[in-house]
Design a protein around this ligand. Structure first.
Ligand code: PMP
Length: 373
């Protein structure tokens, strides 16, 4: 549809396409909702922790009032654990909010925003929304971020370069950057270019993959660390995430955020979830086991997949560019929702979010049958 209304760069945005909701798939294919398996949005298969559910219900008594716009209690808990002052923290309506605030705070029409091809779909959206030029950098051969190439692209954009998005682990490829790679990038990038390190899946990293991103926030005034409560903390439906940056950048984000961008239920649930170490640990273990379950099946089927540091796996389902959509449709009709990634430039692949053991088994069984045909 071409519109006479609005700005050209807004008209040109292709809206975000999320995983299909269970209710929608049930309606469309005449399926029983309770039997549908959704492995499409990198949600936590354990659901929301009980601790957070209880905290949320308690907070529900006060919904006639606005939330605490400054998120005092949640920032206190985050600040103590992360060892940064509370005024280094920005709460977001999902970490998505932080990504968009970053773009709006530092870039405008004709500026350049740099990110990797096959990285999170919101980077181009947030760039286009402010009229900036999205500079998409070709990935490494294994579909990871090519940070040296991203550095070159940033330098080539000169004064126009304002923002770089780096996802670790990346969605949808699951690729992982070592701390040494990230640190060299942060050291080399011009200090007037802001770097968002998007760690929405950070809690799924194996112990040997972990690193101290907060130490970088303390060293680099041009860095924003972004984290989510949607994945490992099980609160996707509540929409809450946070950014950590030094006061100069945090102050900018604070100026443009909506006054009450994070609702009170989300704040209460996040406090509980953040302190529920047993839930986090269980989620980690379920994810590890599910990852091995899926990749073992892919190995047996002789399929190519990308090693993933997140809670999802990208698997190649054919050589032609209709393969992902075709296999996805057959799975959908059988009540299994996964994510086709043609809009990420990966039409031969499907992204499978890691589920509970029985959900993974149901997917694997259907998948084997479909691919055998
Ligand atoms: N970053 C990445 C890499 C993601 O995959 C996602 C969710 N798909 C987000 C950020 C945003 O998540 P949320 O807004 O739910 O925190």
């Amino acid at each position: 549809m071409t519109s006479k209304l609005g700005l050209k760069h807004i008209q040109e945005i292709a809206p975000y396409v999320g995983g299909r909701p269970i209710s929608e798939v049930a309606r469309e294919y005449g399926l029983d909702e309770s039997k549908i398996i959704k492995l499409a949005s990198n949600e936590n298969p354990l659901g929301m922790p009980k601790s957070a559910h209880d905290a949320m219900l308690a907070a529900a008594n006060d919904l006639g009032r606005y939330p605490d716009s400054n998120g005092f209690e949640l920032k206190k808990v985050l600040s103590a654990r992360l060892d940064v002052p509370a005024d280094w923290i920005t709460l977001g309506n999902g970490s998505n909010d932080i990504l968009e605030l970053a773009a709006r705070a530092v870039a405008q029409f004709d500026d350049a925003i740099i990110f990797s091809r096959h990285a999170f779909a919101v980077y181009p959206l947030a760039s286009q929304a402010v009229g900036a030029r999205a500079v998409e950098v070709a990935p490494t051969p294994n579909y990871g971020h090519d940070l040296p190439a991203m550095l070159k692209a940033t330098q080539s954009a000169g004064d126009k370069a304002k923002l770089v998005f780096v996802a670790n682990p990346n969605n949808p490829t699951g690729s992982y950057l070592t701390p040494a790679e990230i640190e060299s990038f942060l050291q080399a990038v011009p200090s007037n270019v802001v770097v968002v390190l998007d760690e929405a899946y950070n809690e799924y990293l194996a112990p040997e993959q972990r690193y101290d991103a907060i130490a970088w926030v303390k060293r680099f005034p041009n860095m924003i660390l972004s984290r989510s409560f949607s994945k490992a903390y099980g609160l996707a439906g509540l929409r809450i995430g946070y950014g950590v940056a030094q006061p100069e950048l945090t102050d900018l984000l604070n100026r443009i955020r909506q006054p009450f961008n994070v609702n009170s239920l989300a704040q209460a649930a996040a406090i509980a979830s953040f302190q529920d170490h047993a839930f986090l640990q269980k989620g980690y273990e379920v994810n590890r086991a599910g990852y091995h379950q899926l990749v073992k099946a892919f190995d047996e089927m002789g399929l190519t997949y990308l090693p993933s540091a997140g809670n999802f796996v990208l698997v190649k389902v054919g050589e032609d560019d209709a393969a992902g959509a075709r296999v996805n449709l057959v799975l959908l009709k059988r009540g299994i929702i996964v994510r086709p990634v043609g809009n990420y430039g990966l039409p031969q692949w499907l992204r499978i979010s890691i589920g509970l053991p029985e959900e993974n088994t149901a997917f694997i069984n259907a998948f084997r049958e479909i691919l055998a045909k």
